[in-house]
Write a protein that binds this ligand. Structure first.
Ligand SMILES: [Zn+2]
Ligand SMILES: [Zn+2]
Length: 343
C-alpha cells in the first residue's frame, strides 16, 4: 500500500532551513513512475538552492530538493508503456526531462537543452520518501551498485564522467584535476581507470590526502605557483576544473600542454582573462560540461559496476539533511553525505 502522505524535506522559501513536513504522496500519470526512495546524495547544488544563491522566483517555493536519488518503482502511471516493472531499482538524477526535440536533444547532448526541467528545482526532488520519474528518463541501477555508495554517482560521479568523456582521455595522458572534493575524487578515479596520470590541485591538504588515496600521482597545493609546478612535472593534457573560483584560470593557463582540453564544470560566475593569442598559439580547446545525458548515465553505471568507485560516504536520516548542508558549507565533509531512508 502506498501511503497518502509522505515525509519530505521542504525549502519553504529562499534562504531558509529545510524543514521536515508531511505532504501528499505524488500519483504517477501516464508516462510516469512512482519511486520509493532508498537513498539520496546531498550535493553542493542543493546547498546553493537552500541558501537562495540561485535567486528562484518566490512562486517556485515550497521546493523539495535532491537529485541523487536511488529507489524502487512502486507504481506505474496508467497507460504507460515501459520495459520497467514494479520493484526495479532506478536512479533519479538532476535531469528530470528535456524537450527531446531541439538540436542538443536530437544530437545526444540533451544536457544543453534550453527547455529542460531539473529535479529539485522545476520538479520535486528526492529529499522525500517518494518521487516521480519520467519513464523516458528512467535508468536502471545495476545490482552490483549499492544504493548508498551509488547515489552520488548520479550527479557527482556522472558530472565527472561526462566531462572526461568529451576529452582526449586515454592511457599516457596527464589529467589535472583542480578541486578535489567529491566530484574531483570521482574524476581522479575515472582518469586512473583509463590509464591516465593524474595531478591533483587543491588548497586544502586534507582534500589532497583524499586525492592521494583515490590514486592521484602528484599532489599540488593551489596557489600562484601551482601551474608552473604542474608544468615542471610535464604539464597537463587535460584540465578539469571543479573549484568554484576564477583564481584557478592562471593555474590552468600555466599548467597545460599545447592542444590541451580545458573543461569548466564548477559554477564560476565571474569572467576569467582568456587570451585569444594564447588560445591560437597553443591550439587549446576550452569548453563547458554540465551533469550528463541518459546515455552517459547508462555507460557510467555499467563502468561503475565493473570498477567500484568508492569514496567516503557518511549516511544520515532525512531529518539530518539541513545540518548536512551546513557542514557542506563549512567544508567539513571529506567525501559525500547520503540520506539512508531506512534510518
Ligand atoms: Zn548535484
Ligand atoms: Zn531539447
Amino acid at each position: 500500500m502506498i501511503p497518502k502522505t509522505m515525509k519530505a524535506a521542504l525549502a519553504e522559501s529562499a534562504a531558509s532551513p529545510l524543514v521536515i513536513r508531511e505532504v501528499a504522496t505524488p500519483a504517477p500519470t501516464r508516462g510516469q513512475l512512482l519511486v520509493r526512495l532508498e537513498s539520496c546524495g546531498v550535493c553542493h547544488s542543493d546547498l546553493h538552492l537552500r541558501n537562495g544563491d540561485e535567486y528562484l522566483p518566490d512562486e517556485m517555493y515550497p521546493l523539495i530538493l535532491g537529485h541523487e536519488g536511488i529507489g524502487r518503482i512502486v507504481a506505474i502511471g496508467e497507460g504507460t508503456e515501459t520495459k520497467l516493472s514494479i520493484g526495479d531499482r532506478v536512479g533519479l538524477p538532476w535531469l528530470y526531462d528535456t524537450c527531446l526535440d531541439c538540436s542538443p536533444c536530437l544530437t545526444g547532448a540533451e544536457t544543453f537543452c534550453q527547455h529542460q526541467h531539473a529535479r529539485g528545482i522545476h520538479r520535486p526532488g528526492a529529499f522525500a520518501e517518494y518521487a516521480l520519474l519520467e519513464q523516458r528518463f528512467a535508468c536502471t541501477i545495476p545490482d552490483e551498485i549499492n544504493p548508498l555508495q551509488g547515489a552520488p554517482l548520479l550527479c557527482a560521479g556522472l558530472t565527472a564522467w561526462s566531462a572526461l568523456r568529451k576529452t582526449q582521455l586515454r592511457p599516457g595522458k596527464t589529467v589535472m584535476v583542480v578541486g578535489c572534493g567529491g566530484l574531483g575524487q570521482y574524476a581522479i578515479m575515472i582518469a586512473k581507470a583509463h590509464g591516465a596520470s593524474v595531478v591533483a590541485v587543491d588548497r586544502d591538504p586534507a582534500k589532497l590526502e583524499e586525492a592521494r588515496r583515490r590514486g592521484a600521482d602528484h599532489l599540488i597545493e593551489a596557489g600562484p605557483e601551482a601551474g608552473l609546478k604542474v608544468k615542471a612535472l610535464g604539464g597537463a593534457d587535460i584540465a578539469v576544473n571543479f573549484a568554484p573560483t576564477p583564481a584557478v584560470w592562471s593555474t590552468i593557463e600555466q599548467a597545460v600542454n599545447p592542444m590541451s582540453d580545458i573543461i569548466a564544470i564548477a559554477l564560476v560566475h565571474d569572467p576569467v582573462p582568456l587570451s585569444m593569442m594564447w588560445l591560437i598559439d597553443g591550439g587549446h580547446c576550452v569548453f563547458g560540461s554540465s551533469v550528463g545525458t541518459r546515455q552517459d548515465l547508462r555507460d557510467f553505471l555499467a563502468f561503475a559496476a565493473r570498477h567500484p568507485l568508492s569514496i567516503d560516504i557518511e549516511t544520515i536520516a532525512l531529518e539530518g539533511v539541513d545540518d548536512a548542508l551546513d557542514r557542506l558549507r563549512a567544508g567539513t565533509i571529506a567525501g559525500r553525505v547520503c540520506i539512508d531512508f531506512s534510518l
